[in-house]
Each structure stands twice: as C-alpha cells, then as structure tokens.
Design a protein around this ligand. Structure first.
Ligand SMILES: [Zn+2]
Length: 220
C-alpha cells in the first residue's frame, strides 16, 4: 500500500495539517480531509495521484475538528464517496461545531468564532455515512485495516491501524518539535489510556495529524 501525505497549511499561522491518501493499487482511501482554506489544493493532490470518482472508496475522519473534517462533505458530493467517523464524533460534524461534544469547558467566544474564522457553514455540515466503532474491520470497504477508538483529544477520536502496522492516529500524538502526546486535551484520563493501549500494540510507524511520521520507540 502506498501512502501519500498531503500537507496543508492552516489559516492564522496555525501550522500544518496532514491528510493521508492510501493507494492499495485497486482503490484509494483518504484519511482526513483538511481545512476549507486548502480545498483546491486537496483536490489537485487527489487528481495528481490519479484518484478519481469511483476509485476513492472511503473518507475516514480521525475526529471531527475543522482542520480534519471541513472538506469531507464537499468531497463526498464531488466523488460520490461515503464518509466515515467514529460514532462519538458524529455530533460535531452534523452541527458544524467542533466543541459540540467536548467534556472540558470551552470559552463561548472561541466556540462562536471558530466556525466563522474557518468557514464552516451549512455546506460543511453532514450526516456521516458510516459510523465507526472500536475494532471495526475496514476490509468490507476494501482496506486491510481496523479502527481503534482512541479518545482523549476528542470523545470520538479514532485511529486507523493497517495490517502492515501503520497507525494513522489523528491528534492523539503530534510531531511538532518531537513525537509527543497532544497538548490539546479534552479528557486527560482517556488520553492516557489511549496512549497505554497504543504502546502495547505492534505498530511499525505512526502517522500523526500534525508533523512527520515516527516510531513508538521515539515516543518513549
Ligand atoms: Zn488537528
């Protein structure tokens, strides 16, 4: 399986977010969809990779935050591709409010301004086609991988672990200066448990939502 990283700059100098395009040789799978500000670039990158309507089989969202989910509804319309997200993060994408299911209190102004600043309108909201749960086997969609529920950053954060041992972890970890647990934490206890779980798994390489891939050893 080939992995193409699509790196997208975020508005307001908020850094870079990664989408990953998996190419099995027969079909494509997109992990995360990026922010709306880079929509045209995402489309270009899909096109350059030879990813067309019909060959893109599924969009998998690691969680509902705007920097990962804002192009999902648009790509669904253009590619006729279903969008999958963990059950617990369906509410934020349905409401266009990434704070809709957060446990930790959120500043009301931040909550109101976020969709305005990042262009999340009615057209970016969607009802997911596939609701993911822990342990789900993605073979039925044509991808040799399974879903790991890895809450902590958000309630419905999940990872995609391929049969080759590559983990697409969303924002559980990032690799900004060095590989580390995210500092954007909704539920610290859940985050720690997700970390312990991942540490015990046979994982070859971790592909974070922000930063370059790394190995488990680099985290310790
Ligand atoms: Zn993120």
């Amino acid at each position: 399986m080939k992995i193409k990283t699509i790196r997208l700059s975020l508005p307001l100098r908020m850094g870079i977010v990664n989408c990953y395009l998996l190419d099995t040789g027969e079909s494509f799978f997109l992990i995360d969809s990026g922010g709306k500000n880079q929509r045209a670039f995402v489309e270009k990158e899909l096109e350059n990779a030879g990813c067309r309507p019909g060959s893109l089989k599924l969009i998998l969202l690691t969680h509902g935050d705007f920097d990962h989910s804002s192009n999902a509804a648009y790509l669904r319309r253009n590619f006729g591709v279903p969008v999958a997200i963990h059950t617990e993060d369906a509410l934020p994408v349905e409401q266009g409010d990434m704070f809709a299911n957060r446990t930790a209190p959120v500043n009301l102004l931040v909550r109101k301004l976020t969709p305005i600043l990042f262009g999340i309108g009615q057209a970016e909201r969607f009802t997911p086609d596939v609701l993911l749960n822990d342990g789900d086997d993605l073979a039925c969609h044509g991808l040799a991988a399974r879903v790991l529920h890895l809450p902590g950053h958000s309630k419905g954060s999940c990872g995609v672990l391929t049969s080759e041992g590559d983990l697409f972890c969303g924002d559980l970890f990032d690799n900004l200066k060095a590989p580390a647990l995210t500092t954007l934490v909704d539920d610290p206890t859940a985050l720690r448990a997700s970390f312990e779980r991942v540490k015990a798994m046979p994982i070859r390489r971790i592909y974070p939502g922000h930063g370059e891939p790394f190995t488990l050893d680099q985290l310790k």
